[in-house]
Design a protein around this ligand. Structure first.
Ligand SMILES: Nc1ncnc2c1ncn2[C@@H]1O[C@H](COP(=O)(O)OP(=O)(O)OP(=O)(O)O)[C@@H](O)[C@H]1O
Ligand SMILES: [Mg+2]
Length: 409
């Protein structure tokens, strides 16, 4: 059943956002959102259960105060290096042969692809169609209405470590809320910032957070690979803090106000004033040195992103455009750095543009994942895969979607 509102939670390392979206005739819109400082997360993982639960509670309270809504079910973003993708395949006969494929056949065939073996410490988060085939005809994106006798699907099954998923679930349920669905954050960020056309052309979406960097590779309109680099922008701050010998707050200020990930473009004569630990007066420092520290860590992160893109099979060289988002992507010089590391690929910075989101472009950069969670939730509400077993948790109601790719079914 299609309910009007969906509530999503992006529990980040530095901030946590709750957002309510509403399905409309023309898609969906943001009804309200609330962001609080986050505690209890490290490198995209739940590190302290109680702190994480308190963070969720604060974000939910703020959302209720703003919207008057008391959501019971929440769609939760899951990130971190434990998330993995596996290729799978499913088949179903179309009976009687030759009748048009229906929605139910699509759900059934995607569900069939979920019968792959997953290591005992992991479980499935999502099953996403990459390509449908009917009687051997390949490359079908939207099979509904086409005729044949056998429907086949190639899917990307995303799995996560059970212990991590449980911790995330407990942080939500400790507040009396139910997890409706888990959605991989890299996928969400991609849905948050890429248009349908951009997904079809293909892109690597890089969400630079405080604690982790989520990577999603889109090709031919669909997600083909998702991964997480357990390093983020807060590591840059801590490098600056150590190497320049400043307090963390001062290091953060230096990074945000004067930092760049492309040191070569910084004038050698530029000087910034720095308050070092144990000092009472500002002292001048060459800005180029500051930016070299920042570039060095960011180059490492970009290198790991490149390794993932290579692993995805969508090659790094001269390949897909790189789209940077997350508030970490507000750092100056990042597009130059990524273009350098990816040897000529185009890099750009993108913010979500959802109806009703509001805010400046810089503010919206932090909402890529939350907006994509809402897009996924709204588009997939009616696409529940048949329960593999009894029970009624999110695990038995894994949702899939394909309508975003090929128009609504
Ligand atoms: N103007 C800016 N310039 C450079 N960096 C910035 C700027 N504003 C914020 N950041 C950095 O962005 C990071 C926070 O990004 P974001 O809010 O997207 O993270 P998060 O979602 O809480 O974390 P994660 O996604 O890792 O769980 C911080 O490390 C912060 O220093
Ligand atoms: Mg984030």
């Amino acid at each position: 059943m299609r309910s009007d509102f969906v509530t999503v939670l992006d529990l980040g390392n530095q901030s946590a956002t709750c957002l309510v979206a509403e399905a409309t005739d023309r898609g969906w819109r943001v009804v309200g959102h609330h962001t609080v400082p986050s505690k209890g997360m490290r490198r995209g993982l739940v590190a302290d259960q109680d702190e994480a639960a308190r963070t969720v509670a604060a974000a939910m309270r703020g959302l209720t105060a703003k919207t008057g809504l008391q959501p019971e079910g929440v769609v939760v973003g899951v990130g971190g290096a434990h998330v993995e993708g596996h290729a799978a395949q499913g088949f179903v006969p179309i009976i009687p042969p030759g009748r048009p494929v229906q929605r139910e056949d699509v759900l059934q065939v995607v569900n069939h692809s979920r019968q792959i073996l997953v290591p005992p410490d992991r479980e499935q988060i999502q099953a996403l169609p990459r390509e449908f085939r009917i009687d051997g005809q390949r490359g079908i994106q939207q099979p509904i209405g086409k005729r044949g006798s056998q429907l086949e699907v190639l899917t990307l099954i995303l799995t996560g470590q059970t212990a991590q998923l449980q911790s995330l679930e407990r942080a939500v349920s400790a507040n009396g809320r139910r997890v409706e669905q888990m959605v991989v954050k890299g996928l969400a960020s991609g849905l948050g910032v890429l248009s349908q056309e951009a997904r079809e052309r293909g892109a690597v979406v890089v969400d630079l957070g405080a604690g982790s960097t989520e990577v999603a590779v889109f090709g031919d309109g669909v997600l083909v690979y998702a991964a997480s680099v357990p390093l983020g922008s807060e590591l840059v701050t801590s490098d600056v803090s150590k190497l320049v010998q400043t307090a963390p707050d001062e290091a953060e200020r230096l990074k945000v106000q004067h930092g760049s990930a492309w040191a070569a473009a910084v004038d050698k004569a530029d000087v910034v004033d720095v308050l070092q630990v144990g000092q009472t007066q500002l002292r001048p420092m060459r800005r180029r040195v500051l930016c070299e520290i920042i570039e060095s860590r960011m180059r490492e992160i970009a290198g790991f992103v490149r390794q993932h893109v290579e692993r995805s099979g969508y090659g790094a060289q001269g390949g897909l455009p790189i789209v940077l988002t997350g508030r970490g992507a507000l750092l100056d010089g990042l597009t130059e750095l990524f273009q350098d590391v990816f040897e000529g690929a185009r890099a750009s910075v993108a913010a979500p543009n959802a109806v009703g989101l509001g805010g400046t472009r810089a503010e919206r950069m932090g909402f890529a994942a939350a907006c994509g969670l809402a897009a996924f939730a709204i588009e997939s509400l009616e696409n529940e895969l048949v329960p593999a077993s009894g029970g009624n948790g999110w695990r038995d109601r894994i949702r899939t979607f394909w309508s975003l790719w090929g128009g609504r079914s």
